[in-house]
Design a protein around this ligand. Sequence first.
Ligand SMILES: Cc1cc2nc3c(=O)[nH]c(=O)nc-3n(C[C@H](O)[C@H](O)[C@H](O)COP(=O)(O)OP(=O)(O)OC[C@H]3O[C@@H](n4cnc5c(N)ncnc54)[C@H](O)[C@@H]3O)c2cc1C
Length: 261
Amino acid sequence: MASVTLLSHTPDPERAVAAAAKLCYSPASISQIRDGLTDEKTAGFVEMLAEIGHESPIEHVSFTFGIEGVSRSLLAQITRHRMASFSVQSQRYVREAQFSYVTPPEIAADDEAARIFREAMDRDQRDYERLTSLLRARHEAAFLAAGQDAKTAAKNAEKKAIEDARFVLPNACETKMVLTMNARSLLNFFRHRCCMRAQWEIRDVADQMLALVSAVAPHLFRAAGPACLSGACPEGKMSCGKAAEQRRRYAALKAGTEAAE
Ligand SMILES: Cc1cc2nc3c(=O)[nH]c(=O)nc-3n(C[C@H](O)[C@H](O)[C@H](O)COP(=O)(O)OP(=O)(O)OC[C@H]3O[C@@H](n4cnc5c(N)ncnc54)[C@H](O)[C@@H]3O)c2cc1C
């Protein structure tokens, strides 16, 4: 089960955006740009930017999330978002003594599918262990022969063995990451990943992220979510046809009256 935490963000994000925007439209000096930015004026500025599509001022605020309990499959999808910074737990350096994995809900809901899936995970774990010990023994002998002391040879052999053994680990393997995006990139991320066409796992993560940032900067993320929240669905024949339902759902999610799926 994916779990998302908002670790940190630019202080007073909406005022930071409004101040940057104010500079674009007024003769104010840098020392004056925050003057008179009441909550009401800040909200007005931020919403006006969204309406006219002036998005560069919202690049000045960033949000950092901790994401855990997600699969390597999700990792492949989320890291396609280039306007972001990632730190991901490495399978190269962290040994998977007993790897955790994510079971897709449709598989968990079917007894036979769940059994096949569990067997595959157990088999992968056994193969990983067998490969690790086989490679470790060979590397250890080579390191000892090259003159390393026993302790160093054992440590280096283990490290080198898991680097290659991890190739048998599955997409389902659980991972965790720290992710930072600025608000403009987040809007693009939500447009793509809150859409029903995105896969269930990344949609769940995107929904949790959206609920978290909406609590901190409600005006900035007022229109955030799938494209159908603010206009016609752009997905053509692939449309889920549930725009009205999506609008209701995201209004509730942002108001904090509905938990993420
Ligand atoms: C439902 C769905 C299905 C998908 N299926 C596939 C698939 O089958 N195969 C696949 O490979 N990917 C797939 N993707 C990934 C998708 O193509 C994008 O790579 C991903 O969503 C990241 O989006 P992005 O490029 O907008 O984000 P970012 O990389 O964060 O970029 C943000 C924005 O910056 C601009 N930008 C960034 N880099 C460039 C650049 N080099 N040139 C010009 N402008 C740039 C663009 O305006 C872009 O929207 C899928 C995504 C979704 C949501």
